[in-house]
Design a protein around this ligand. Structure first.
Ligand SMILES: [Zn+2]
Ligand SMILES: [Zn+2]
Length: 403
């Protein structure tokens, strides 16, 4: 078996990993776009022979989750190569991209390609010639995210994608690795936090408790977080209901939450718009609600745009919670600037990472006991050596033969 990290050995995001069996079957894990830097500069995208140009030479592309740095180049993949993604991920991605298409930011042909994505569910096993792929559900800031166990040539490789174990479902991730993966020959592991400062991080539950306290103390609350970070929204939603406030979203956010409500059996994700089952209510914003909002107090999920600016002015005496990566609050990148202009000076920072801390990475290394550990999705790959003596440090495009 041969492993090649086409991109991702020296950067966070833009991941493209290649696995080739000894018989020459080739698959790709993730096909992400480069993330722009804080000045808004983006490195040029790559072209790969047989994947994005020429005649197809890859059997399939597997997507770990719907973040752009893992899926963004899907429309560059040659049309004859199938793209696989989690069933729920596909629908969430479709809702988001359909909204962007209304602003002409996504083309009709892109939506068509998304509609053709093949899907899998937890515990499915997908056979691509002599390669077997088993998706393992993980906890991350994107819903329905997966690791992939890849088996061929009597070897086992675990590709972690992005993951963490300090979210609500974090411990279940470790249990699933123990149960469905076990020992592997090679671990391809995300290393986002090998660079970022991780002085004590909050668990998602601790974050929920902090939010609850803020909502008790303040009548009018705004929360800026990613509209697809469903675990964060679930934590904010629970904190809102415990503090007896109205939980308010706009149409787009409601559409996403309603979808989650229909597919999830877990009590963690009960967002109910149509009926008033205790502890699940989500209010879809309508102008006739203003009086009620003023009277009872509320928590509103917002995004950095004019529509929501209006509410911030209307309820001036508010608590504003910023619940995303704080890197967006610095730099001249246009998207970052939009957020900086929107967030008031006296914001409250309440966030926790979607990525495994070094200690959490170490736990996965201990469980899988690999012969080799290849760090990706990192700006400091050498630091993995502090966690394991099995590190294999690759450059982009370098081939690693797993014997
Ligand atoms: Zn990522
Ligand atoms: Zn991600």
């Amino acid at each position: 078996m041969q492993i090649k990290i086409n991109r991702g050995t020296n950067q966070i995001g833009g991941c493209i990993t290649e696995i080739e069996s000894s018989k020459g079957t080739k698959i790709i894990i993730d096909i992400g776009t480069n993330l722009p830097d804080s000045e808004g500069r983006k490195k040029p995208e790559i072209e790969l022979e047989g994947l994005t140009k020429g005649s197809p030479n890859y059997k399939a592309v597997f997507i770990t989750h719907y973040h752009g740095d893992h899926i963004g180049l899907y429309n560059k993949v040659l049309p004859d190569i199938p793209i696989y993604i989690g069933e729920v991920s596909k629908e969430i991605y479709n809702i988001v991209q359909t909204r962007l298409s209304k602003a002409n930011l996504v083309g009709k042909e892109d939506l068509e390609r998304i509609s053709k994505f093949k899907t899998f569910n937890i515990k499915d096993k997908i056979i691509i010639d002599d390669i077997k792929i088993t998706p393992i559900a993980v906890d991350h800031s994107a819903f329905d995210s997966y690791m992939f166990l890849i088996e061929t040539d009597r070897k086992k490789v675990l590709h972690t994608g992005d993951f963490r174990t300090h979210g609500q479902r974090g411990k279940a991730v470790l249990e699933a690795i123990k149960k469905y993966v076990g020992k592997v020959d090679c671990l391809i592991c995300e290393g986002t936090t090998l660079t970022r400062d991780n002085s004590k991080i909050l668990t998602e539950f601790e974050l929920q408790k902090k939010a609850e306290k803020i909502f008790y103390e303040n009548k009018y609350n705004f929360v800026l977080c990613s509209s697809t970070n469903i675990d964060r929204i679930a934590a904010i939603h629970k904190a809102t209901l415990k503090s007896h406030k109205m939980f308010i979203c706009d149409d787009y956010q409601c559409e996403l939450l309603e979808y989650i409500n229909t597919i999830s059996r877990s009590n963690l994700y009960k967002f109910n718009d149509s009926t008033n089952i205790k502890g699940t209510k989500v209010y879809r914003y309508a102008p006739n609600m203003l009086e009620k909002m003023e009277k009872y107090g509320f928590v509103m999920l917002v995004r950095a745009n004019e529509k929501f600016e209006k509410f911030l002015k209307l309820f001036e005496n508010n608590a504003f919670i910023y619940s995303e990566w704080n890197g967006y609050l610095e730099g001249t990148n246009e998207d970052y600037k939009r957020i900086q202009d929107f967030v008031p000076k006296d914001y409250i920072y309440l966030h926790t990472s979607g990525h495994a801390t070094p200690e959490e990475i170490k736990e996965v290394i201990d469980i899988t006991n690999p012969k080799y550990v290849i760090p990706i999705h990192t700006e400091n790959k050498e630091k993995i050596k502090e966690l394991t003596d099995k590190a294999v440090i690759l450059e982009d495009g370098e081939e690693f033969i797993l014997k």
